[in-house]
Design a binder for this molecule. Structure first.
Ligand SMILES: NC(=O)c1ccc[n+]([C@@H]2O[C@H](COP(=O)([O-])OP(=O)(O)OC[C@H]3O[C@@H](n4cnc5c(N)ncnc54)[C@H](O)[C@@H]3O)[C@@H](O)[C@H]2O)c1
Ligand SMILES: [Zn+2]
Length: 503
């Protein structure tokens, strides 16, 4: 069960942070001040005036006990004076509790508009606040502290704050872990990335990931590559090998790929060829890498401008998925992952409830993202992809179904420079949008929403250049193009067309 208590001075932003975290983590938000007001039907200034501070403190303590005993996931913003009582502090010490640290000046700035509701600050508020601060500071300091980086928190800020909270308290222990067995195991647990990285022996990562998560790295055991597709080059492969040689990495030591699909691809390739195969694992950091690229043991680099043309099949020791970490990526990266995740759902499931649920989660993630929905979507999508991979690890038959939407998708991607995920959505629309199955129709509506700006591409005149690209797609055999189609959800089939018939 999730429980987190927030303490701090009046004006520190306890309610704001509590509300935001509760929404993000799908917990209820409890605020001891609000609870007291609701129970008594009186405002806090009125309770102070009529019954005195000690009566208020008693009510406040009762509210705290209610928060402690409630059997629901909960984030609690406490009243500023709650720490003054020894018993309250003793209770809070038993739970993950964080102190929002602010200077008196910062607090005053926040409080200026709200003095009427703060009975202890009536009169000369600057002096009073300073006195309160001096009285309570050492009590607050008995809890680990965080600083809120700015007034309005974005997803990236919330992500970094949660890692900090998890490092300083036992908050992360409350997250549930899911382990999926198969050709390689996968572990999924929010907030696990930092610990996993700190346990890693050698890490390959990319610039942006390193810049955001600098504190995850130990000194001197990692290599930073450029962001994006550029990292999957012959030169960078050579750099990884050099790094491993300089570090005298042995075959038994583990090399960790920490980044998006480009980083997991090159790390897998470099590791599987270094000393004819060293052990590697992945901590993927984009949604696409978590539910697709890092799963299933296909590793590759690009050569002569041809994507994934040189690579290996080699399986990671384990893939560690932390659904929180994807919240620092751009929205377009999340969209890419959602599309591939929904594609796999359509391939694997006949069960309408599961298909519906994945689509609903994808909509939530797109409109009002939260960790709970992301975690659930990822768990299902990973199981779906692993089901296909486990039944055909070396892509001899059924794994080829994963190419749904990709034959046309690759043409759109290379002709119009459309991001891979969106191009695949267009490719799926090209194959599926005339279908009458209601679930397929629902999925197509969602794909259309994501590619709204590129939808016209589907009406572009199919020219010779596009035909050439379609015929030369590397997924084809020498003489045939293999399209993947769906009869109904969960029932994919191959359409094999002779190239000579299409020329
Ligand atoms: N091996 C396979 O089976 C397989 C399957 C699908 C795709 N792929 C490969 O995956 C690659 C695409 O992967 P991708 O979509 O993850 O792209 P990516 O690796 O290029 O990552 C996208 C961008 O996001 C940044 N980033 C990554 N994690 C971040 C985080 N947590 N916060 C902020 N920024 C972050 C990266 O630095 C990069 O700039 C392609 O090269 C594709 O060929 C491989
Ligand atoms: Zn793809």
């Amino acid at each position: 069960m999730i429980k987190l208590f927030i303490v701090g001075m009046p004006g520190a932003g306890k309610s704001y942070l509590g509300k935001i975290l509760a929404e993000f983590l799908n917990c209820i938000h409890m605020d001891t001040d609000e609870m007291v007001e609701k129970r008594t039907g009186q405002s806090i200034p009125t309770i102070f005036k009529k019954h005195g501070e000690s009566h208020f403190r008693k009510l406040e303590e009762e509210a705290l006990w209610e928060c402690v005993s409630i059997k629901k996931d909960m984030i609690c913003s406490t009243g500023g004076g709650i720490v003054e009582k020894d018993e309250n502090r003793a209770v809070l010490q038993k739970f993950p509790t964080i102190y929002i640290k602010k200077t008196v000046d910062e607090l005053l700035k926040n409080l200026r508009s709200d003095q009427d509701n703060r009975p202890l600050l009536k009169g000369n508020s600057a002096d009073k606040l300073e006195q309160l601060f001096l009285r309570r500071q050492s009590l607050f300091e008995t809890f680990p502290s965080i600083k809120i980086p700015k007034e309005i928190l974005e997803f990236k800020d919330i992500t970094c704050l949660l890692y900090e909270i998890a490092e300083k308290t036992t908050f992360g222990h409350q997250m549930q872990e899911k382990r999926i067995e198969g050709i390689h195991p996968v572990e999924i647990k929010p907030l696990m990335a930092k610990k996993q990285l700190q346990d890693s022996e050698y890490v390959i990562t990319s610039e942006t990931v390193h810049a955001i998560y600098t504190s995850f790295f130990k000194e001197d055991n990692y290599l930073v590559l450029p962001d994006g597709e550029l990292s999957k080059s012959r030169d960078n492969l050579y750099k990884v090998w050099q790094f491993l040689i300089n570090k005298a990495v042995s075959r038994e030591e583990v090399i960790t790929g920490f980044g998006g699909g480009t980083i997991t691809d090159i790390t897998g390739f470099a590791s599987s060829t270094f000393k004819r195969g060293t052990v590697f694992d992945f901590v993927p950091t984009t949604l696409l890498a978590q539910i697709d690229a890092a799963l299933g043991g296909k590793n590759a680099i690009n050569v002569e401008g041809i994507k994934n043309v040189c690579g290996t099949f080699a399986f990671p020791k384990c893939v560690y998925i932390d659904p929180l970490i994807v919240f620092s990526t751009e929205k377009s990266e999340i969209e890419n992952g959602l599309i591939e995740g929904l594609k796999v759902a359509l391939l694997v499931h006949e069960d309408v409830d599961i298909l519906d649920s994945q689509l609903k989660l994808a909509k939530i993630i797109l409109e009002k993202p939260n960790l709970h929905a992301m975690n659930r979507f990822i768990q299902q999508a990973v199981q779906d992809k692993m089901k296909i991979v486990n039944s055909d690890p070396f892509e001899k038959s059924g794994r080829k179904f994963l190419n749904l939407g990709h034959s046309y998708g690759h043409v759109y991607e290379s002709t119009f420079n459309i991001p891979h995920g969106k191009a695949v959505a267009l490719g799926m629309l090209k194959m599926l949008r005339e279908k009458t199955d209601p679930i397929i129709k629902d999925y197509c509506v969602f794909f259309e929403r994501i590619v709204k700006k590129q939808l016209d591409t589907l009406n572009t005149h199919w020219n010779d250049d596009m035909q050439k690209r379609l015929l030369n797609d590397k997924k084809n055999t020498k003489d045939h193009i293999v399209f993947i189609d769906l009869e109904t959800p969960g029932k994919p089939f191959k359409v094999v067309v002779k190239k000579s018939d299409m020329q």
